[in-house]
Design a binder for this molecule. Structure first.
Ligand SMILES: [Zn+2]
Length: 254
């Protein structure tokens, strides 16, 4: 049962990954994610079913469109493989449960937000706002419980809003956008306030390290640093996986 279950999860994950690619490609330009069918972004030709197979089509087509021979972005197989790995790992770790569904929905949202923020410096409301509601609804019947989720939403969103407001008052420019605020509220809804604080700390640490590295290697100043949502996504993924163990260890030290 276990091996079959994990293989099934991986195959399902690669298919969901294909759909996440559609979201990543279409949400920034506010296109529908259900219609029309997938097409080559260069020559606009509709793709046949065998050109739409997760990972396999990319390899078989050697990363080029069959008709116009324009390159296909490496993002497609990466997102599909990452989603497959996430589904397999979570299926193995959580087993069939409501928490598994909750964690997978959360993970899918993080992948889409990461990719769109990286490319467009944008965190679409179409993901963050329904995500907050869905995370809270799941908390009624699974971890972290509705109280922790509610505090997570208010605390996560409120804390980042306060930081953004303070930064704006001091520097008179926008350091964090409202997208980041809504994204941390989303993380709070799914993970509860403790892991949300951990996610924010890890995101800030990661952002600072990369920021300093960019300045030291003279690749750019603070302004050209990567968007904060990408770090929030990585921080939240870490908090959701190693966070509970890390918190236990830390509280054991006290
Ligand atoms: Zn084409």
């Amino acid at each position: 049962m276990t091996t079959r279950w994990i293989v099934f999860a991986a195959i399902l994950g690669s298919t969901i990954g294909s759909f996440l690619n559609v979201c990543i490609h279409r949400l920034p330009s506010r296109e529908s994610i259900v219609w029309p069918r997938s097409a080559c972004p260069h020559c606009r030709r509709e793709l046949a079913w065998y050109e739409n197979l997760p990972i396999l089509s990319f390899l078989a087509l050697r990363a080029r469109c069959r008709t116009c021979h324009q390159p296909i972005s490496i993002r497609y197989p990466i997102v599909e493989a990452l989603t497959a790995a996430m589904f397999a790992g979570a299926a193995w770790y959580y087993g069939p449960s409501i928490l598994l569904v909750s964690r997978l929905l959360f993970g899918c949202a993080l992948i889409v937000l990461f990719a769109i923020d990286l490319e467009h410096h944008l965190l679409p409301n179409a993901i963050t706002l329904p995500g907050i509601v869905i995370g809270f609804v799941f908390s009624l019947v699974a971890d972290p419980g509705w109280q922790a989720s509610l505090v997570g939403i208010v605390f996560g969103g409120g804390l980042l809003y306060a930081i953004a407001e303070a930064y704006y008052r001091i520097r008179h420019e926008e350091g964090l956008g409202m997208g980041d605020v809504k994204m941390l509220a989303l993380i709070g809804a799914f993970l509860g306030w403790q892991l949300t604080l951990l996610a924010l700390m890890m995101a800030s640490l990661g952002g600072s390290i990369i920021g300093v590295a960019l300045i030291v290697t003279k690749r750019g100043g603070m302004k050209s640093a990567l968007p904060f949502g990408t770090f929030l996504a990585l921080g939240a993924a870490l908090a959701a996986t190693v966070g509970p163990g890390l918190l236990d260890w830390y509280l054991g030290l006290l």
